[in-house]
Structures are given as structure tokens and as C-alpha cells.
Design a protein around this ligand. Structure first.
Ligand SMILES: C[S@@+](CC[C@H](N)C(=O)[O-])C[C@H]1O[C@@H](n2cnc3c(N)ncnc32)[C@H](O)[C@@H]1O
Length: 289
């Protein structure tokens, strides 16, 4: 079982991957809750309309370890699919596990790419992003270029967490700003002020001439094991904090203990597990034919 005092984070050298302010990612920690994390993507996928092309061209922005990218190949068997991500750790895992020809005659590959500057270099049938745009403050500013890069009748679809007012995130933000941690962690617990509300995404995408569907869902996730909410956020919202504290294991342990105690108060375990409500926002924009 994963220990609270040994977070899955490691230092990086200056020549590796993302910019210094980008958090390091740990595919293994992220995949510990793969079931709950995959469900919203399946719900998104179910609403994506038919794509224009035979053998569609698909981009998955912020593909992570590729475990949802591969579901695209299940639905569009002959698609040529590229997953883009900033994290070398995630790309390595995705490539190892999923890259290559697909049984339906398509292909899957994974390339380094920063969502903040990514532009379609050829016409796409589908540009999709699952649980990644929240890391890119400028993402609404890219919508026009991405939709411009779609074939007529193509789709841009994304899902992002909408739980940034939840206790898990509020407590993290408060702890980062507390006197003990402020000098090292100010701002690291509250990085999501740039996210729009569903109605704003609907308005922006409609203004771009698309047929748009936007909705939100709260998933009541039953998590099991000791301190499961802490274990969950170690794979996502805690990444910037763990990255900032780096190899200072003492500080990491002290921070995690404090945060763990706060989470225990906010999410008390029940007889069968700990309920962790999780709001998510979905958008599907279809370019006119
Ligand atoms: C929560 S994971 C989601 C992974 C995958 N899409 C899924 O649904 O399982 C977020 C991913 O976004 C990636 N990411 C964050 N900022 C990025 C950026 N600016 N450009 C590309 N990828 C980014 C991270 O490396 C990470 O793999």
C-alpha cells in the first residue's frame, strides 16, 4: 500500500521535459484510480457524434498514460490517433503500453506537445481532451484555432474537473497559504481560477459557429483504503505542491500529514469506504458542415 510519507515524486534534471514550473507527473500514482478517472471520458465519448471522415484523424490533448486515448481506437477502429502530452513520464508509459497499429487498421502514437501552444498541423476530425485543459490557463483562447483546424462536421470535445470549490481543493489552498508553508507554496494549491463555468464555455463555443452541448455531472465516488482522498489528489492536484517541495522529504512528510488530517475531517470514512463527490464539466462543439 502506498505510504503517506513517501509520495511518488522525484526530482528532474534541467534537460528533461517540461518547464521548471510544470509539475512532474507519476503515471503509476495517477493510474491507481483509473476506474473512476475513466468513467467521465466514457460518458464524453458516448455523446461525440459521428465523425466526418473515413479513417478519421484524431488528437488527444494531454493524453497522460494513454489509457483513455486507447478508447478512441475502440470506437473509431481505423482512426489515426495522436496523443500529445508535456510529461516525459506519461508519454513513455503511453508509448510502452499503447503505441502502434490498431486491430482495425488505424494507429496510435504519442508525441511531446504543449497544449498552450498546440495547433492542428493538418485537418482533424476530432480534437479531444480529458482532464487536462484545467492545467492550461489560456485554453479558451485556443478554441478558435482548434475549431478552425477541424474538418467541416468535425468535433472538439473536452472534459475538465469542476470541483475546485470542493473541500479537497479549498483545504489544499488554505494550507499552502498558511504561515508555515506560504514562503514555499503560495499559489500552488489554487491554480484553477482561470476555469470557466459551463454557461461560459457554451457561449464561447457557440460564438465560434458550432453546435454545442455542455453539461456537468457530479460523480459520487466511493473510495476505499486508508486516506483515499489524499491518495487520489496525490495523482493530480497535489502534483504542483510535491514538485515544489522536490527532494525535501521532511517537508513533504510534514505537509502530507497536515493535509491528511484536514481531509480526514472533511471526508470521514464510512463502513464501506469514503464518499468523494466530484463535479465535472463536459463540452462538445461540432463544427458546421
Ligand atoms: C489528469 S491527467 C489526464 C490524462 C488523460 N487525459 C486521462 O484522462 O487519463 C493530465 C495530463 O495533462 C498533461 N498536461 C498538463 N499540462 C499540459 C500541457 N500544457 N500540455 C500538454 N499536456 C499537459 C499532464 O502531463 C497529464 O498527463
Amino acid at each position: 500500500m502506498h505510504s503517506d510519507t513517501a509520495p511518488a515524486v522525484r526530482s528532474r534534471t534541467a534537460t528533461e521535459g517540461p518547464t521548471p514550473s510544470a509539475p512532474t507527473w507519476d503515471p503509476q500514482q495517477y493510474l491507481r484510480h483509473a476506474g473512476h478517472r475513466t468513467r467521465p471520458f466514457v460518458d464524453l465519448l458516448a455523446r461525440i457524434p459521428q465523425l466526418p471522415g473515413p479513417a478519421p484523424r484524431i488528437a488527444d490533448l494531454g493524453c497522460g498514460p494513454g489509457n483513455v486515448t486507447v478508447l478512441l481506437a475502440d470506437r473509431w477502429a481505423d482512426a489515426r490517433i495522436t496523443g500529445y502530452d508535456l510529461s516525459p513520464e506519461m508519454l513513455q508509459r503511453a508509448t510502452q503500453e499503447h503505441a502502434g497499429p490498431t486491430p482495425g487498421g488505424g494507429s496510435l502514437d504519442f508525441r511531446p506537445g504543449d497544449i498552450a501552444s498546440w495547433l492542428p498541423e493538418e485537418p482533424y476530425d476530432l480534437i479531444v481532451s480529458n482532464a487536462a485543459l484545467q492545467w492550461v490557463p489560456s485554453h479558451p483562447g485556443s478554441f478558435a484555432a482548434w475549431i478552425n483546424g477541424l474538418r467541416p462536421g468535425g468535433t472538439f470535445a473536452f472534459q475538465i474537473p469542476g470541483n475546485f470549490q470542493a473541500p479537497s481543493h479549498n483545504l489544499l489552498a488554505t494550507l499552502c497559504e498558511s504561515p508555515r508553508w506560504r514562503s514555499r507554496l503560495a499559489g500552488h494549491g489554487a491554480r484553477y481560477n482561470h476555469l470557466l463555468e459551463p454557461a461560459e464555455y457554451l457561449a464561447r463555443l457557440t460564438e465560434l459557429g458550432c453546435e454545442v452541448e455542455v453539461w456537468e455531472t457530479v460523480y459520487y465516488q466511493m473510495l476505499t483504503g486508508p486516506d483515499p482522498v489524499l491518495d487520489w489528489v496525490k495523482g493530480t492536484a497535489l502534483r504542483p505542491v510535491l514538485t515544489a517541495l522536490g527532494d525535501d522529504h521532511e517537508a513533504v512528510s510534514a505537509f502530507l500529514l497536515q493535509y491528511r488530517d484536514l481531509l480526514r475531517g472533511a471526508y470521514p470514512p464510512g463502513p464501506r469506504g469514503t464518499v468523494f463527490p466530484f463535479r465535472r464539466i463536459f463540452a462538445i462543439a461540432r463544427k458546421e458542415k
